[in-house]
Write a protein that binds this ligand. Structure first.
Ligand SMILES: *Cc1c(COP(=O)(O)O)cnc(C)c1O
Length: 495
């Protein structure tokens, strides 16, 4: 299977090239030329498989220049012995309709582990094929969870160096400590004065800077990316939607008329993976795109106008505080019938004017497939409280945004189908806000807050978070966004 760029479909590459490079030369995103379809027999087979077997079965369709042995090695390394009970994506049922897909049982307690545990394996194999022996330099911009998950996946992975940028005031205390205490000899963590979009733009700029690439080449290095623009991130996310579908079948859910999926969305990676799963044959009806107060996607789905010229809010769901959702570019490419020139014009308008509007045909297609909704921090807190009081089940702030928007969707449409609601983080990653939401005070230091939450809800603190009580801070540097070049050079000893 070939991969093409959203901005130049004549640019055809292999899956390992797409993964090793992360982004295409002209700034586009790689995606597979076609979407494989699974048959009823395929789904029947998958029913009896473990998660790792399902992952191997599905990834083979996409990574056609990986040998079977290589795929086995990637999947086993990523998913055996790294997630609670070796179950990366279990479902908890709440009431009649809500199936909560818990994607936070990995080493950093957020859904990004499902992709970032496997990406280092993909990347080292790809880099061997493509760069023969050069070191891969991975730059990451993070709104909190990606950074830690990437650091944890890549720490001490031979042939890689990683530099992570996070917005100084845009992540939770726990996220900050998780990153600044990261161990590993090949990892570097920098706070920047700015928001997530500043970090992401800075990384994109360095990434496509020819001077900088030359400097790296002279030092036997090459850029790669672990951000969700990398196909190697997106591809393993498709697996858990397919896996969840067969689990729901196994659980005896009535899926005759399909089911809906609701995803708390930031960069549009996770929900795009659900869209791919749908195109592969999973009977998904609506893709419900849930946003917080930074509701640029809600507005886009409802009006066809994407406009980032607006106030930026820091919310209680910081991993969704994003105004430029990079992965939307892949959807636009697919919905415009692979019209790379059209995608180019939209992206040009976005970078020059901060906005674009899609034509009526695409707008209609988007509204057929997606429903967009949002909620603010007060509604998020109320939802956490409601769900805890009704079901004794604790959710984090991001998952609460999804539950809230799902409830709005149900009310607006009377759609009775079951819903798969994606739970993207452990409540303990956002313990202060969660504790306040259930009506307790969250005074005291961040570790007391963990204990208080555990006591108040009779739920255990996840081990990776408990462990932070003894963590030592290694990284304290804060850079202005103009100094990101300097930060990368310093981290790589290229000064
Ligand atoms: C990254 C993240 C999101 C947003 O996912 P996207 O793929 O960027 O849309 C939502 N919730 C949590 C907890 C996250 O870490």
């Amino acid at each position: 299977m070939n991969y093409v760029s959203t901005r130049d479909k004549e640019n055809k590459v292999s899956s390992s090239f797409a993964i090793a490079h992360g982004i295409s030369e002209e700034g586009g995103l790689f995606l597979p030329e076609g979407i494989p379809a699974l048959s009823k027999e395929d789904f029947n087979k998958l029913k009896d498989f473990s998660y790792t077997e399902r992952a191997k079965y599905i990834l083979k369709y996409f990574l056609t220049d990986f040998s079977e042995e290589e795929i086995d090695k990637c999947v086993n390394g990523a998913y055996i012995g790294t997630f609670d009970n070796d179950l990366p994506a279990p479902i908890s049922k709440l009431g009649e309709k809500m199936n909560i897909l818990e994607l936070w049982h990995g080493p950093t307690c957020a859904f990004k582990d499902l992709a970032l545990q496997i990406l280092p394996y993909f990347l080292t194999i790809s880099a061997k094929k493509i760069y023969n022996g050069k070191k891969s330099v991975i730059l990451v911009a993070t709104s909190g969870d990606t950074g830690k998950a990437a650091l944890e996946g890549f720490k001490d992975v031979e042939g890689t160096e990683m530099v992570v940028f996070y917005p100084q005031n845009g992540v939770s205390d726990m996220q900050k400590l998780q990153m600044s205490s990261q161990e590993g000899n090949n990892v570097h963590v920098c706070a920047i004065k700015g928001n997530f979009d500043d970090a992401q733009n800075g990384v994109k700029k360095i990434f496509t800077d020819n001077e900088f690439k030359k400097l790296l080449a002279e030092n036997n290095m090459e850029f790669s990316s672990a951000n969700s623009i990398n196909w190697g991130r997106l591809c393993p996310q498709i697996v858990y939607y397919i896996s969840a579908y067969v689990d729901m079948l196994n659980n005896g859910e009535d899926l005759e008329n399909g089911f809906n999926v609701c995803v708390p969305t930031g960069n549009f990676g996770n929900i795009l993976a659900a869209y791919y799963a749908k195109k592969m044959g999973v009977p998904i009806n609506k893709l419900i795109c849930a946003s917080n107060k930074n509701k640029v996607l809600t507005d886009f789905i409802n009006t066809g106008v994407y406009d980032r010229n607006r106030d930026f809010y820091l919310t209680s769901s910081p991993s969704m505080d994003i105004l430029i959702s990079s992965n939307l570019e892949r959807l636009l490419y697919l919905l415009s019938n692979e019209n790379d020139a059209y995608v180019n014009s939209l992206q040009k308008s976005l970078s020059e004017c901060g906005k674009y509007s899609v034509n009526d045909e695409i707008k209609e297609k988007i509204q057929n497939e997606f429903y967009g909704g949002f909620c603010d921090d007060a509604e998020t807190a109320n939802t956490i409280k409601d769900i805890f009081e009704s079901f004794g089940y604790l959710i984090d702030t991001h998952t609460a945004v999804a539950v809230n928007v799902y409830q709005k969707y149900s009310e607006a449409t009377n759609d009775e189908r079951p819903c798969l609601i994606v739970s993207t983080a452990s409540p303990y990653k956002f313990a202060g806000d969660v504790l306040k939401a259930i009506g307790k005070s969250a005074d005291g230091d961040k570790f007391k807050v963990l204990d208080d939450l555990s006591l108040a809800t009779s739920t255990p603190i996840p081990k990776p978070i408990e462990k932070l009580k003894n963590a030592k801070v290694r990284f304290t540097e804060v850079y202005s966004k103009e100094d990101m070049y300097t930060a990368v050079k310093a981290s790589l000893n290229l000064m």
